[in-house]
Design a protein around this ligand. Sequence first.
Ligand code: VG1
Ligand code: CO
Length: 541
Amino acid sequence: MLTIKTGPFNDQKPGTSGLRKKVTRFQTPGYLENFVQSIFDVAEDLRGGTLVLGGDGRYYNDVAIQTILSIAAANGVAKSIVGQGGLFSTPAISNIIRKYKAQGGIVLSASHNPGGPNGDFGIKFNGQNGGPASEAMTNAIFETSKIITHYKTLQAEDIDLSELGIFTLGDMVVEIIDPVKDYAELMESLFDFAAIKDWTADNHSLCFDAMHAITGPYAKAILKDTLGAPDKALMNCTPLPDFGGHHPDPNPIYAKDLFDKMMLPDGPDFGAASDGDGDRNIILGRGGFVSPSDSVAVLAANAHLVPAYKAGLTGVARSMPTSAALDRVAQKLGIAHFETPTGWKFFGNLLDAGRISLCGEESAGTSSDHVREKDGLWAVLMWLNILAVRRQSVKEIMLAHWQEYGRNFYARHDYEAVETEKANAVMAHLRAQVSDLAGKGFGSEVVKFADSFTYHDPIDGSVSENQGLRVGFESGSRFVMRLSGTGTVGATLRLYIERYVQGPAGLEEDHTAVLEPILQIAKEISDIEALTGREHASLVT
Ligand code: VG1
Ligand code: CO
């Protein structure tokens, strides 16, 4: 065992979903090592315990795994479970941690961020419940990374990650397992695969785009080999270290081929795509996509049609910027609903305590109590199971949903790679106003409340402040603004716009026009255009 000196790295504050930086930053000698040693210093249960390790296959995944295994062995980890080829999707890691009662897991991914030598890399620690480390633990790892002066490592040959089996590294056992098998079994235990097979056999077509990222092998095993979807139903299902040069982000820009295919009059009945690490999903029907905020609401309203949830949901939760469509379903079902800050880590306590059984985010992350991460393919299978039972098209299901609950029109406007000072200035300008906006009128809208969102965790009592600025109107419309915690270039401002409409007007096709008045009010109050020098968002989803 070697103990190697390393300096502190003060910029390592992890964001919404772990530490995410340029690959070149991670390649700086000592950078990754410093952070990984900090994990082992804080997560003391790992000494003598089991660690699960894998990533989305992006560039540097293989190198980082060898580094982490050596540090794990030197820190007294008894066993590491690694996905073959160093691969695991984020939800699959969550499942493996829980199923094999490991003390934690390390996920290597920068999710939807681009990969390759000039792209991004990321690392995230998940605890023994299978979910992202709490804010307290994340802060402790960060604080440790600032003060440690050494990391421990073992000098040894690289482990061959391509072979299944049991190996040793110093005193640590390394078990290389099939990254798909346990996850596929879990999915089979939740859904009515026979019904989905019947639906597919009954002249219905589906299309899944893995975006050259981690869900490829999972989709092949489940959608094709088990559920009988034909080859042509699978797009980009071979994982590539640079995702074919694209962003593995399932939106109309980066998943354009899929979106185009679904717009064809004779396109598939159902389409979906997942992101880099397989935790997010976008759902499409012929002729249009389902807003992620609506998708989680539809899943909640129809969950009783799926075997795993037939007894009903205990409660639901959504992140604060996600539309209130889910709340309306919860009210009708008479179950609790919670509003948490952005990021999956805040759902963990509610899921562990059995207070909720389904949750989601506007950014196309949806999941249930079957794991402690968002789960892209799970959402796809939920939709397929519901389609198989209801025998209606995606569009028919959406129209019926809006007729019953009213519709929360929704859009997110991202201002990406803004200079940090300018983005901070927009937030400061809006923050300075929120305390006296209530009662003020803007066109036909009157402000009902405005604040900086603080979350009080109902389970452990922890308080998370500054989770986004929100302005709500008497009409039920609102906008939210917050700074992204996952970007690696400058700052990204996210502006979320929501407008609630009841009755036939809720079936309006052009959601951009419906949202325009609230967008204009948000721009006026925040002064985002003058303060950033941008005329409009760089990405609207
Ligand atoms: C974004 C999304 C958030 C999501 C996070 C991680 O965070 O808004 O909802 O949980 O990405 O998703 P931010 O701070 O950039 O807004 V993933 O799929 O990148 O692990
Ligand atoms: Co992701």
